[in-house]
Design a protein. Structure first.
Ligand SMILES: [Zn+2]
Length: 163
């Protein structure tokens, strides 16, 4: 998602609104894959006399991962607020700052950083998920098409016992 800051650079101190959605790549968080829906983002931006662009606003999305207890599909609503300054002609390789050049500010790195920052430490399919230890391993899946996640592993173990 990109902001055209041409007008803002001509009118330092004046706020401009923006809103849009941005796709975020899947994230690998401590070995678990987290998928994020397109992120809804809105806020305002403003140039200062030196051409740096202050951007503040909020984002919202839904993150999907596996339940930490039972490995079922779990999701979590993600919200975060940001307030950053993009330095004109700053070093784009510097992870400590946000930078831009020309007349376009890319929000990709900012939105991804703030979405990932707001991810829960662990996902749960529901608050009182009992986890594996209370689950009857011989129970049939309640819905057709849902596989027992360790079925493959169990088969492997069974085969080994026969050897
Ligand atoms: Zn669970």
């Amino acid at each position: 998602m990109k902001l055209d800051v041409s007008d803002a650079l001509s009118h330092p101190g004046q706020e401009y609104r923006f809103s849009g959605t941005q796709a975020i790549a899947d994230q690998e968080i401590s070995g678990d894959r987290v998928r994020l829906d397109d992120c809804e983002t809105e806020g305002v931006f403003m140039a200062d006399e030196d051409g740096n662009i202050a951007v503040r606003g909020k984002l919202r999305t839904v993150a999907h991962a596996r339940c930490a207890n039972c490995l079922a599909e779990a999701q979590s609503e993600i919200e975060n607020e940001f307030d950053e300054v993009f330095q004109r002609n700053g070093d784009p390789e510097d992870d400590e700052i946000f930078a831009y050049e020309g007349h376009e500010v890319s929000l990709d790195k900012l939105v991804m950083s703030y979405a990932v920052m707001a991810l829960p430490i662990r996902f749960l399919c529901r608050e009182d998920c009992p986890g594996f230890e209370y689950r009857d391993p011989d129970a049939e899946p309640s819905e057709p098409g849902i596989q027992f996640p360790f079925a493959g592993l169990r088969q492997l173990l069974d085969n080994n016992e026969e050897v």
